[in-house]
Design a protein around this ligand. Structure first.
Ligand SMILES: [Zn+2]
Length: 472
């Protein structure tokens, strides 16, 4: 019989010092700290946040601005990235425990991701480096309060070179790129021990450089500040974790970054001669497969909403006024709606541009497909119960120069020659049992009214997209 190894649990090292020891007190503090956001979230939560790691009484309000943006989000994996503050190491060190414990309970470590990250030269697994370091632990009770059902991947960076940071960024990138439910938390304070006026000046510049998303600009700004204020210990104790975050954002594509707040220890202690600066920044990443952000519950909500809109429209001529039940459904997305009766197409219309919130787009396109598809008579009340609704949510369009990039059945194709355009959703390829040439040819002839080789014309622009389709 194989004996199960006992779990390795990292016990709290900073509770009672950096944050309260009592679960009730932790929860009430977090609730208060995340409760007054400076930035109101419209759409998806950020996928990377920068937060400080001092005692909560000093920097908790700053961290709370970032954690407030991910409150109740459905993240299932949280990568915690900081620089080692306790143990000197010349490696990047992933934690090797099974669980991290705080007064709020235990959170599992995503040990299954470790193997992919390890790199013999620079990235190792070690429990000891993480044992007493507070910089990641202080973020955990925030996460335990605002999220449910998530695992953490704690990583501390020691004294390493730029090349090692690039290796780490490349290894973390796919985790964030492939899983919209993965969050990267970068833990860093800003300038250490200048007077408050200098800290405010330096931190403002550093935060602007961070929010530019440009690692070069961050490095240049740091170099200028070091020159300008040689007596200041550091302008970001987590400069390397920030560099890794910027590299990843650049590799995946940064959609937007927002500085949420800047502050310093002097505002709390009134000791303004020597302060530590704090800032919070949120980053939203670009994703070609934006549709992956639609989870099962959202699919169900959209399908029943489409049915409600269609039923109401056929009865009253109106789409009911109803607010999206989730913030995520207020994100603008391009949508197609396909209606089938007895498995036969009965109407299909949509748009390729994300012009309105997906919630609105689904209702509008369902009604338009039912009433205005020129290929069919409008759908009648009496056939409503036989109609099956399919919704396709589209990614953004990508222009391509070579047909090789088209994966039949996976990509929808949009062709544009001057003012004439036409498209097929990816699923049409399967239904028509076509190869790539006939798929493109049918768009030319059926949808654009041109000769079936119009896609070979150098004046024809070719775009691809992916879709997430779901039906009743
Ligand atoms: Zn620090």
């Amino acid at each position: 019989m194989v004996k199960k190894k006992p779990s390795q649990i990292r016990l709290a090292a900073a509770a009672g010092q950096f944050y309260p020891n009592c679960p009730k007190e932790i929860r009430s503090q977090v609730e208060r700290l995340v409760d007054q956001p400076n930035v109101v979230l419209a759409g998806q939560p950020p996928q990377i946040i920068l937060v400080p790691h001092a005692g909560w009484s000093y920097s908790g309000a700053v961290a709370g601005q970032a954690f407030g943006l991910i409150k109740a989000a459905n993240f299932d994996t949280v990568i915690l990235l900081g620089s080692a503050h306790r143990v000197l190491t010349n490696k990047i060190v992933i934690d090797g425990h099974d669980f991290w414990q705080t007064p709020l309970g235990q959170t599992p470590v995503a040990g299954n991701l470790t193997a992919e990250l390890v790199d013999d030269d620079v990235i190792a697994v070690d429990r000891l480096v993480h044992q007493d370091d507070h910089v990641l632990e202080v973020e955990l009770p925030f996460l335990q309060t605002v999220l449910t059902n998530f695992r953490i991947l704690p990583i501390l960076i020691g004294q390493v070179d730029d090349q090692s940071l690039l290796v780490l960024a490349k290894k973390i990138r796919p985790i964030l790129a492939n899983n919209p439910k993965a969050l990267l938390v970068i833990s860093s304070d800003l300038s250490h021990y200048p007077d408050q006026t200098t800290a405010n000046k330096a931190d403002t510049q550093i935060l602007a450089a961070i929010a530019s998303g440009d690692k070069e600009k961050f490095d240049q700004t740091l170099a200028i500040l070091v020159d300008q204020y040689p007596a200041v210990d550091t302008f970001a104790c987590g400069a390397d974790p920030i560099r890794v975050g910027l590299l990843i954002a650049d590799q995946i594509g940064l959609r937007e970054a927002k500085i949420l707040i800047r502050s310093d220890s002097g505002t709390v202690s009134n000791q303004v001669e020597q302060v530590v600066g704090y800032g919070a920044v949120a980053f939203w990443l670009k994703r070609g497969q934006d549709f992956a952000e639609i989870d099962q519950e959202e699919k169900n909500l959209l399908l029943s909403w489409a049915r409600e809109a269609l039923t109401s429209y056929l009865a009253t001529g109106q789409i009911p006024l109803k607010k999206a039940p989730r913030v995520s459904l207020e994100t603008k997305k391009a949508v197609f709606v396909t209606l089938k009766k007895d498995n036969q197409l009965r109407g299909c219309l949509g748009g390729l541009e994300a012009k309105e919130p997906v919630w609105q787009a689904v209702a509008n396109m369902t009604v338009t497909a039912a009433a205005n598809d020129p290929r069919f008579l409008p759908i009648d009340k009496d056939e409503l119960f036989k109609i099956k609704i399919e919704i396709s949510v589209l990614s953004t369009l990508k222009k391509i120069n070579y047909f090789d990039e088209i994966k039949l059945g996976h990509h929808g194709v949009f062709l544009k020659k001057g003012e004439i355009t036409g498209t097929f959703l990816p699923q049409v390829a399967k239904e028509g049992d076509w190869n790539k040439e006939s798929f493109l040819g049918e768009i030319c002839s059926q949808k654009m009214g041109l000769s079936s080789d119009c896609y070979l014309d150098p004046e024809t622009e070719i775009f691809i997209y992916t879709v997430c389709s779901f039906s009743e």
